[in-house]
Design a protein around this ligand. Structure first.
Ligand code: NAI
Length: 786
């Protein structure tokens, strides 16, 4: 090529990164790897090959873990856990710091190995993945250091099973391992079968850091090994990142097991471009949104929504930019788009794009494709209707779907028209518009004039079928902790039986009805049951709610969602008013409790007083459970906003008929949720009396709905309802398994007691644990610009 030709094409020359060191590390490992259990590697077992997706070459042979391997890993983790948890905060912090330092020291080796194994461009593994990994360990060294002083009264969960995907192999390991260790847990981690190599290098680093044996255990293999971990009785928590399909299976498999669970699942995140945006920046952002990591990113901006007036211009610029992207050898430092992780994924992407049909216009970037390896060209599909499968389903490849919108309202509607809720980007030069739109988007993370920003200090995680739980920041550490308190198995509280000598029926009908939409409503089925006092005296009748009543209550609660937009001050006023009205009828409620449960007058009075105090507590919190401004390393802010979860369904404690109801209702409504409550099954009449208190307290109709009846019958329709966002249960009937299984449908958040007791009168019945369950954290990133 002549000098003048070079100037006229201005093409990049190849700038390959050397793979020598990484390949030498693989050879040192004998090209065959066992599992990392109890501080050492096991002998390689039945194996499978790990290949470089850019070339098809075999990099190493890995072992498929057997049941015995998983048992050994869990046993090693269990053995190490107590001692690890008893180390001082500072001791644990030092280990995490050592891990951070060593990863940083071996950063180049990690980056090259990651690129060889996964196919991602070296530019990304070197400048994004690995720096975020050591940042995560440094940040959590800090959290470990502060644990004792800042999070007293908490303890680790125990042994954590962690299952991660192949798109960010080492980064997902860091997101899982660092907080677990900081909080005093030990782990059994399974990397994805396509990309286990950096996890095995990390095992080497654990040895180098002198991490106590058994604190980190790594077993390799496919989904079958994942299932073994999920179902293992020695595991206390499962943390999973991967497909929504597998996430749902894990929710079902762990239902009622008492294992804690966090799920970070798929997405179809909207990328919204308004006509007043800086179009060139928005096009450049889109490159990072959907062609970063070949689009294999759970929060990829994979659904472009562009305002009609600029659509053609935007698409033109976008297509031109796509044509300029460089695809090829991921180890080449000038490459923008590397290889897809595996031929299986390549086939999947190809098959999905073929579904675009005559309706869609498919544009493949006109950039040269290597003639071997798993490469797929950057692709744009337009013209599909919003309901089309490709507009709704995760393609998980370098494929963008786009459509237009006219008004900001329409943009919000289209953006939220998805079963997912992971991330969103908003592009506009009008900050008022951006700040108006961001909180209206159902997404755990919103980037304004930016995309794919991550940091250890900011929580990351989804809503709806994108899963639950947050990773990173102060909010993420709670996924690895529980309140330190003792609990006992809960004995079922049964309804009182009628006396042998039946009473003469009261001529006045005293059938307490249901409470739906601020009105008393007859149960749909028209059934009721008598309620007896402890000596068999007939106290009244309760309505027996049915599936249909649950549906009505949920619909009504959803319609009342405007409550979430009211101010904390207003919600506090109403909670104080409820407390005031309850206080005015203090004696009456105490009598009711006494007649229902036969408890001592003083105890009954104490329950009413505790309920009044609890209402005060949440009135206090309503305008004080603040979000945060996270210190992220950009010129800008990441606002952690506390949003309501939505509609919360709750089965209330049987043994505290009034206080159990107030203790779940008050935090739920203080944080702006609406709720459907199923009160104490044996003693429902305290709740039905409470309607009158609510009626006189200015609470808008539909914010609190109460359906009396059998917990066992009402739990499945409430937990399974697709318009319920979270389900809580403090019932004395052991319904945890039924509830969590039903909750898998829309992957709603669940909080169940696993038939363990809670003392409602003490601090156990209130506080931040409840507030966290009643809020969703939305992180909104707002860069200031240069
Ligand atoms: P996957 O969800 O099957 O794999 C993720 C991890 O789960 C891997 O470690 C796998 O071995 C493990 N696993 C699989 N089945 C399991 C089971 N029954 N129990 C426990 N663990 C199990 O994802 P896959 O099949 O690799 O990719 C398929 C699709 O999933 C992708 O096309 C993409 O749409 C989505 N996906 C989404 C990710 C995200 O970060 N949101 C990550 C990976 C995949």
């Amino acid at each position: 090529m002549t000098v003048s030709e070079i100037f006229s094409t201005m093409d990049y020359g190849p700038a390959p990164e050397s793979a020598a060191e990484a390949l030498a590390w693989l050879v040192d490992g004998g090209d065959r790897f066992g599992h990392f259990i109890g501080g050492g590697f096991t002998a390689p077992g039945d194996g499978f090959e790990s290949r470089n997706p850019a070339t098809g070459e075999v990099l190493a042979t890995l072992s498929q873990a057997s049941t015995e391997d998983v048992d050994a890993a869990v046993a090693a983790a269990r053995k190490a856990q107590g001692k690890w948890a008893r180390l001082s905060s500072h001791e644990r912090a030092k280990y995490l710091y050592a891990l951070a330092r060593l990863i940083q020291k071996h950063a180049r080796l990690f980056a090259v190995l990651e690129t060889l194994d996964n196919g991602k461009p070296i530019r990304e593994s070197r400048d994004i993945d690995i720096p975020l990994v050591h940042r995560h360990f440094y940040y959590h060294a800090g959290l470990a250091q502060l644990m004792e002083t800042e999070l007293p009264g908490h303890e680790p969960l125990g042994v954590c099973g962690q299952i991660i995907p192949w798109n960010f192999p080492l980064l997902m390991l860091a997101w899982k391992v660092a907080p677990a260790l900081a909080a005093g847990n030990t782990v059994v981690l399974k990397p994805a079968e396509y990309t286990s190599l950096t996890a095995l290098l990390f095992a080497d680093i654990c040895r180098e850091a002198g991490l106590p044996k058994g604190v980190v255990n790594i077993v390799t293999g496919d989904g079958a090994v994942g299932e073994m971990i999920v179902n293992h009785p020695g595991i206390d928590k499962i943390a999973f990142t991967g497909s929504t399909e597998v996430g749902r299976k894990i929710r079902e498999a762990t239902a009622g097991s008492g294992k804690a669970l966090t799920l970070e699942l798929g997405g179809k995140s909207p990328y919204i471009v308004f006509e007043d945006s800086d179009i060139d920046s928005a096009v450049e952002g889109l490159v990072d949104a959907i062609w970063f990591n070949q689009g294999q990113v759970c929060c990829a901006g994979s659904r472009l929504l562009v305002q009609e007036g600029i659509a053609e211009r935007f698409y033109d610029k976008l297509r031109a930019r796509m044509d300029g992207l460089r695809l090829g050898d991921p180890l080449d430092k000038c490459i923008d788009v590397g290889a897809v992780v595996d031929p299986v994924q390549l086939e999947r992407i190809t098959a999905m794009v073929a579904e675009a049909g005559p309706e869609g216009t498919v544009y493949h970037a006109r950039c040269p494709l290597p003639d071997q390896g798993c490469f797929y060209p950057p692709t744009l599909i337009t013209g599909l209707s919003p309901a089309a499968r490709l507009m709704q389903e995760e393609i998980f490849g370098p494929v963008l779907v786009g459509c237009t919108f006219r008004t900001p309202d329409e943009a919000v509607q289209l953006a939220n028209n998805t079963r997912y809720g992971l991330a969103a980007s908003v592009w506009t030069e009008n900050i008022n518009l951006a700040l108006d739109i961001a909180p209206k988007l159902v997404a755990g993370v919103v980037w304004i004039n930016a995309t794919n920003l991550f940091d250890a200090a900011a929580g990351f995680g989804g809503m709806r079928e994108s899963g639950f739980g947050r990773e990173g920041g102060w909010e993420g550490i709670h996924a690895y902790l529980k309140p330190a308190r003792a609990s006992k198995p809960l004995k079922p509280v049964l309804p009182e039986a009628k006396a042998e000598e039946p009473e003469i029926a009261d001529p006045l009908d005293r059938t307490a009805k249901l409470y739906i939409g601020g009105k008393q409503a007859r149960p749909d089925g028209g059934y009721s049951r008598p309620v007896f006092g402890p000596r068999g005296r007939l106290l009244g009748h309760m309505g027996l709610g049915s599936r249909k009543d649950i549906r009505n209550a949920v619909e009504t609660a959803r319609k009342a969602s405007g409550w979430g937009k009211t101010t904390g001050h207003l919600r506090a006023q109403i909670l104080y008013f409820i407390a005031e009205n309850l206080s005015a009828r203090r004696g009456e409620f105490a009598d009711r409790l006494r007649s229902l449960t036969g408890q001592h007058g003083k105890t009954a009075q104490a329950e009413v007083d505790a309920a009044i105090a609890r209402l005060f507590t949440y009135a206090a919190w309503a305008d004080k459970y603040d979000g945060a401004v996270h210190s992220v390393p950009i010129r800008g802010v990441a606002l952690a906003m506390h949003e309501p979860v939505g509609v919360i369904g709750a089965l209330c404690a049987d043994d505290a008929p009034l206080l159990g109801l107030v203790s779940v209702m008050a935090p739920a409504i203080a944080m702006g949720n609406t709720c459907v409550l199923i009160p104490s099954e044996p003693y429902p009449l305290a709740a039905t009396d409470f309607y009158q208190v609510l009626d006189t307290s200015d609470l808008p109709g539909g914010v609190v709905n109460i359906v009396t009846g059998s917990h066992a019958e009402l739990a499945p329709p409430l937990a399974g309802h697709l318009d319920v966002d979270a389900i809580w249960s403090f019932s004395s009937s052991d319904l945890s398994a039924v509830i969590e299984k039903a909750a898998a449908g829309n992957l709603k958040r669940s909080w169940v007691n696993n038939a363990r007791s809670r003392d409602w009168v003490t601090d156990e019945g209130e506080g931040r644990e409840f507030l966290r369950a009643a809020t969703e954290v939305q992180n909104i990133w707002i860069p200031y610009g240069e």
